[in-house]
Design a protein around this ligand. Structure first.
Ligand code: NDP
Length: 320
């Protein structure tokens, strides 16, 4: 089968197409024919080795497609079922393996490509807005990179919960997309903390959803009201330097968390409950997904270049 391999850590150029043997599903695993694979920031961390990986390997954690074969002991799925996952092994490929407990059934009314375009970021936006900080009606919250894959979904979920969104973006086109997703106020990165205060009558916001990291961290803290929460869920601009917690007291007894999807979908029950919401809202038209780029599998490197180069909006997909 065709698949992308990484022979050594490095830039987007190390994502090389190759012919590999088809994987065989061991006990408790499914073999899935990939209809579409999601491109996520975590794939870039796996590619560079910033998160531990051991070359050679095939990256990609998010896929959807039809189950082709099941390993010993699998009871929840059978060949022909359509599933999605945010925990695939080797997702940038024509076929990939998934643990039975990490697979989510895709409802019959949902195209597998649409499922792959929303699962991982939809689950993340779900836990951030419902569990890390449960948005209350009337809350005005700050969402960074509001036209990105995460940003567009966070914005829509805050709106579903009755909140208001101040979004940051870097270009007029991204501003338009963020507004279409429901952001009431869209600002640039210069001085966003002051703008957030101005837009909340000088008080500040109760929560900042920050997946940008190094470039926004200080401003995000400054945008919060006393006892507000910084949900630092990513580092698209690079990791935040070491931080002395005593500063949280001086800034107003703030809370800082660095959440990870794995801990919010740790059990199969929690995973499937959140996925059911996300797929249900998508199918009902309460949530939209904006696919900003569809790339042939062999062009995975170009997808990473575009993502890291800040040129993309919404979700990126690889099509085998
Ligand atoms: P995005 O589509 O949001 O792309 C990243 C965006 O960040 C860019 O488009 C850009 O938007 C903004 N950005 C600001 N500064 C920079 C910079 N210096 N370099 C690159 N981008 C920059 O990506 P995703 O939606 O895939 O992911 C967003 C974040 O969410 C990532 O940090 C990712 O790791 C994190 N994440 C975390 C999860 C978790 O559970 N903790 C799960 C899933 C994702 P603009 O041009 O408007 O500034």
């Amino acid at each position: 089968m065709r698949a992308i391999t990484v022979e050594k850590h490095g830039g987007p150029e190390v994502l090389v197409p190759a012919d590999l043997p088809e994987p065989v599903p061991g006990p408790g695993r499914l073999l899935v024919r990939v209809a579409a694979a999601g491109v996520n920031y975590i794939d870039t961390y796996h590619r560079t080795g910033r998160y531990e990986t051991h070359p050679p390997f095939t990256p990609g954690v998010e896929i959807a497609g039809e189950v082709e074969a099941v390993g010993e002991g699998v009871t929840a799925f059978r060949p022909g079922d359509v599933v999605a996952t945010a925990d695939a092994v080797g997702g940038y490929a024509e076929k990939a393996l998934v643990d039975e407990g990490r697979a989510v059934p895709v409802p019959g009314n949902l195209d597998p490509e649409r499922a792959a375009s929303i699962l991982l970021q939809g689950l993340t936006a779900h836990y951030l807005t419902h569990s890390t900080y449960a948005v209350q009606p009337g809350d005005t919250v700050l969402v960074h990179a509001a036209a990105g894959g995460m940003g567009l979904l966070l914005t829509q979920m805050v709106k579903l919960l009755g909140g208001r969104v101040i979004g940051t973006v870097s270009t007029p086109r991204k501003e338009r997309l963020a507004r279409e997703a429901g952001a009431e106020e869209v600002v640039g990165y210069e001085d966003f903390a002051r703008r957030a205060r101005d837009l909340t009558g000088g008080r500040g916001v109760p929560v900042v959803y920050d997946g940008v990291g190094a470039a926004t961290f200080e401003g995000s803290l400054a945008a919060l009201h006393p006892r507000g929460l910084l949900a630092l869920y990513g580092a698209a601009s690079g990791p935040v330097p070491p931080f002395d917690p005593i500063r949280l007291a001086g800034l107003g007894s703030l809370f800082l968390t660095r959440p990870s999807l794995a801990h919010y979908v740790a059990t199969t029950e929690e995973l499937r409950a959140r996925a059911e919401d996300v797929f249900g809202w998508l199918a009902a038209g309460r949530l939209n997904v904006h696919v900003g780029g569809r790339y042939p599998l062999a062009e995975a490197g170009r997808a990473h270049e575009d993502l890291e180069g800040r040129r993309t909006t919404g979700k990126l997909l690889l099509i085998p």
